[in-house]
Ligand binder design. Structure first.
Ligand SMILES: Nc1ncnc2c1ncn2[C@@H]1O[C@H](COP(=O)(O)OP(=O)(O)OP(=O)(O)O)[C@@H](O)[C@H]1O
Ligand SMILES: [Zn+2]
Length: 480
């Protein structure tokens, strides 16, 4: 018989008592999690399109997937988590028109599509590492699975689900009885009044499986049975999830914008080819917003590196995200980030004084895992954490309990490192104002603000795309 490791004993003795349950976007209800094979959970989460830096919104979705992954592990499951990298085929418009985002990004950055794919993928992976997001077991690039995608399209063609135009091979959505069920799409409503001219599509809900290069000079293109071109965006996820996880696996996750188009089309492809949806559960993280608008690469963007430049630890952002439920919108503000950062620093300072060798407090542990197992209710789980900290239990037991909670939180609360952000919000606001004044070439105002920042004990260093704030020796003065 195989010996169990200490880690296995440890995990088993802290397995949550409560039933794990999730909100499934297909059924639109919270339902108990029943794995296909308890020995190995298949989890597929759509990865980034690597044509630019990932913004805080994108990263919120990956923090949600990380909490999901850690919760599954906490419940004793082994997982195979697959994340794709979209490095070709995602067009600017989800309606199959416009340029390929990669080719557009290449022009913007004056590099080849292959170079920017590599560059932004690496940047993305380092953002994940800074946020303590665990690395999926498999990370797969669309450009390295062209053959699987071609074979998938071929099978769809053999089953009669495709048609060809001068522009590419399209999926015929009218052939599938419940097309659009995930999003509860009103197909008749969508069709009325819409002209589908650009791609000679027969219907607004049809979508590209393979696009032709059509004499254009493309950097990324491959031969196929239909002609030289490149795959449509949705086919990569159906093909790669099947390649790595099989025709049926447990959970498919992504951001809420994937419900009406990307996941709807992924489901259509797999259902047409295999006769069933590929995943049992469909989970979606809601948007991070700025001034009630979706943060997006093409519109208002905000990067992790900009937070770091302003003196915040990336984990302060993780903390902020954990104070919201993944199924509600989170509106970003510097003030809420500052509050999250202050709370985290306070907590870390407290924890650093607590002795080791305590016992996990079962009352708080059970309460915490009950919240997490109830559709990843992180705000309530964080409230249990605060309750535990404020409780009368011995400090060493608080430490031991927190250590267990950290398996899901991933906030490094027990790490005795320097948390970089103690910059007061007033100073950040002054710096923002000075940056704006400088952009408007209002030098007098910019100098006045610089002086105030200096008086507050900080100095501002201007950089290409933003600024850096550093403490000076005069750091005792406060700003009002
Ligand atoms: N504002 C947001 N908040 C949370 N998740 C988001 C947000 N914007 C995109 N996502 C999610 O981020 C993940 C990566 O998306 P991807 O890299 O394809 O973004 P994108 O569509 O190119 O970004 P954008 O829409 O900002 O141009 C997806 O799961 C997507 O749903
Ligand atoms: Zn996908």
């Amino acid at each position: 018989m195989q010996q169990k490791s200490i880690d296995q004993y440890e995990s088993e003795s802290f397995k949550p008592q409560s039933q794990l349950q999730f909100f499934d976007s297909w059924q639109r209800a919270i339902i108990p999690f029943q794995p296909l094979d308890p020995a190995k959970i298949g989890l597929y989460a759509c990865g980034p399109t690597v044509y630019d830096y990932a913004h805080l919104g994108n990263l919120r979705t990956y923090i949600f997937v990380d909490i999901l992954r850690r919760t599954l592990k906490l419940n004793g499951y082994q997982i195979h988590h697959v994340m794709n990298i979209t490095d070709v085929g995602h067009l600017v418009s989800d309606a199959d028109s416009g340029e390929d985002k990669m080719e557009k990004g290449a022009r913007k950055h004056n590099k080849s599509a292959w170079q920017i794919a590599e560059y932004f993928e690496n940047k993305f992976l380092s953002d994940l590492a800074e946020l303590n997001i665990e690395t999926p077991e498999t990370i797969c690039r669309a450009t390295e699975h062209i053959q699987q995608q071609i074979e998938f399209v071929q099978q769809l063609q053999d089953k009669g689900f495709t048609y060809q135009t001068s522009d590419g091979v399209y999926f015929d959505s009218s052939k599938l009885k419940d097309y659009g069920q995930l999003a509860r799409l009103d197909i008749a409503g969508l069709k009325s009044g819409v002209r589908v001219e650009a791609a000679e599509k027969r219907s607004i809900t049809d979508f590209a499986l393979w696009k032709f290069s059509r004499g254009e000079q493309r950097q990324m293109e491959w031969p196929s049975p239909w002609g030289i071109g490149f795959p449509g965006w949705h086919i990569e996820c159906s093909a790669m999830s099947e390649h790595y996880l099989g025709k049926q696996f447990d959970i498919h996750a992504g951001g809420e914008d994937h419900i009406p188009v990307h996941h709807t089309n992924e489901i259509a492809q797999s259902q047409a080819k295999n006769g069933h949806r590929q995943a049992s559960y469909w989970m979606h993280g809601y948007f991070l917003q700025l001034d009630q608008q979706k943060i997006s690469k093409s519109g208002t963007s905000l990067l992790l590196s900009e937070l770091v430049q302003r003196g915040f630890s990336p984990l302060a952002y993780r903390y902020l995200v954990l104070t919201s439920h993944y199924r509600s919108h989170l509106n970003f503000s510097w003030q809420s980030l500052q509050q999250a950062s202050d709370r985290m620093i306070k907590l870390k300072t407290k924890v650093s004084a607590w002795p080791e060798d305590g016992q996990v407090d079962r009352y708080f542990w059970n309460k915490f895992t009950e919240k997490i197992n109830n559709d990843l209710a992180m705000p309530q789980a964080m409230a249990v954490l605060s309750e535990m900290i404020a409780s009368e239990i011995a400090d060493e037991n608080k430490r031991a309990t927190l250590q267990q909670m950290e398996r899901v939180l991933g906030l490094d609360l027990l790490k005795a490192d320097q948390v970089s952000s103690e910059i007061p919000l007033q100073v950040i606001t002054l710096a923002e104002q000075r940056w704006q004044a400088r952009k408007q070439k209002n030098w007098l105002e910019a100098d006045r603000l610089r002086e105030l920042i200096l008086q507050a004990g900080y100095q501002m260093q201007d950089q290409d795309k933003g600024f850096k704030l550093e403490k000076t020796k005069l750091s005792k003065v406060t700003v009002y």
